[in-house]
Write a protein that binds this ligand. Sequence first.
Ligand code: IPM
Ligand code: MG
Length: 360
Amino acid sequence: MANHKIAVLAGDGIGPEITTAAIGVLDSVAMKFGHKFEYSFPLIGGAAIDTEGAPLPQATIDECKKSDAVLLGAVGGPKWDSLAGHLRPEKGLLGIRSALGLYANVRPAILYDELKNVSPLKNEVLKNGLDIMVVRELTGGIYFGTRGYRNGTMGREAFDTEAYSVKEVERVAHIAFQIADGRRKKVTSVDKANVLESSRLWRAAVARVAQDYPDVELVNMYVDNAAMQLVKNPSQFDVILTSNMFGDILSDEAAMLTGSIGLLPSSSVGDGKVGLYEPIHGSAPELAGRDIANPIATILAAAMMLSGSLELYAETECIENAVKKALAKGYRTADISTPGCKRVTCSKMGEVIALNVLNG
Ligand code: IPM
Ligand code: MG
């Protein structure tokens, strides 16, 4: 019986509720397949600020590095909004991504048949389906560039810097092309090369990487057009490769096209051995403590973790099927509820999916 060590970074807001639901599902997987998952619960974000005085204590980094994988809930909330930038909960999330060298963030946006009527897009636009993989660069760009305050020509100003090296672009591009090679063989690289120097370097580097993948088509698209094309004709996209900032924005948009941001998981990978898995949504402070959040994104993130870091492929499929079955049976959390559905709480949705795993 294999023993797998999982660091669960619950974080803030709905983080504890959604990770608890995901652990319930993982426990069902362990029971069904005869695995042992050993959880640790290091602190991150506001929870870490409150007890340790910093959003990412060294002990948390150490624990994550000792683990086989990291499952994260969400960080942030109004309580910590007035803190200086380097002390904010979000700094904990950026810090752990960086400390683990997770330069590629993979965000699948898939439309479930059962949720077609929840998507804000017309059925007509969705007739060719929607199955997009956003590959977002995660440890570079404006998120990590030089920032600060200075005196500008119009007085005091704040600045952030978008910088990309060829190497940073190439390594994430390789991930995108490899993923596309196993899918519909198309990479749309999204940039703003008509304005930004860093985007021009991005475009040239991606074009060079593309030569290693002759079977994969490369399309370049400006980010403003990509935002429009996502709602106009989403089925044209297979893999979207883009920068940290553009990926943050476009993945929220892609998520909403599937019906709710509460449905989308993500995996973050790099050259290191520890991957990090999290929902793409935030800590939703207004939902926290009310047991009404949608745990599906986190449950699907746990599913991605099983194949991505633990080589448990049948187990991933089992969770994904259990989610589909819950939706097919009409179970819905508030964000995706429709008239006549079985409206359930966060914990109940977790239980339904966990039970489907056992009976799957
Ligand atoms: C995400 C989130 C984070 C990001 C925030 C919470 C720092 O929006 O994972 O998309 O911008 O990366
Ligand atoms: Mg985001």
